[in-house]
Design a protein around this ligand. Sequence first.
Ligand SMILES: N[C@@H](CCC(=O)N[C@@H](CS)C(=O)NCC(=O)O)C(=O)O
Length: 220
Amino acid sequence: MLTIWGRKNSSNVMPVLWTADELGLAYDHKMVGGSFGGIDTDAFRAMNPNMRVPVLQDGDFVLYESNAIVRHLARAHGHGSLMPDSLHDQAHADQWLDWHKTTLTGPMIDLFWRTVRCQPDQRNPDLIAQAKGATEKALSLLDAHLACRDFMVMDRLTIADIPLGTLIYRYYNIQVDHQDFKNIKAWYARLQDRPAYRRNVMIPFGTTLAEWDELERSLV
Ligand SMILES: N[C@@H](CCC(=O)N[C@@H](CS)C(=O)NCC(=O)O)C(=O)O
């Protein structure tokens, strides 16, 4: 039996839960990290010395790094669905998974921490504007890529859509003015048609640190 470790409101855990759900996998879920704790233990450190979620455990096999877990689940269970068939499509999916981590995640998470996960009196409008500008610079490129396709790679949902689709929910639910990205919006609507996206990604996170904490406590 697979075990997925990590709190449901983490943008790194969500892609793993969404992938497992799309593939119809059975798994045991351990809500650890954040206010749930459980990652500062010898047992958890033995699985992930970074003391970060998510972690996938399958008997003696243990894997950390969210995008590596998404790739592994799709390789093991998702040929013909989440894992593209051809080497070229697989390479393009890898390209977008790397782009997600190296280009979009930094500014997007910066924007998130400077708005939602920051005490209201500590918010710095200049730094928020800077993070929003950097996020939208990256998103302009994503919008251009989506101009002539329905999904990131191929004509169906693949692993390339999953971590990026997770961050897009964050972007549209942070209380800032949103740039009018027509192609991203259409793709986001396509993702929202999927029950597994709604179940695993569209989890309200509030607009303030107090709301974030309260919503985290209400997760089961
Ligand atoms: N590169 C790692 C980053 C993992 C990470 O930073 N996870 C955060 C949650 S988003 C974490 O574990 N924070 C500590 C906590 O939740 O207690 C991955 O993609 O898996």
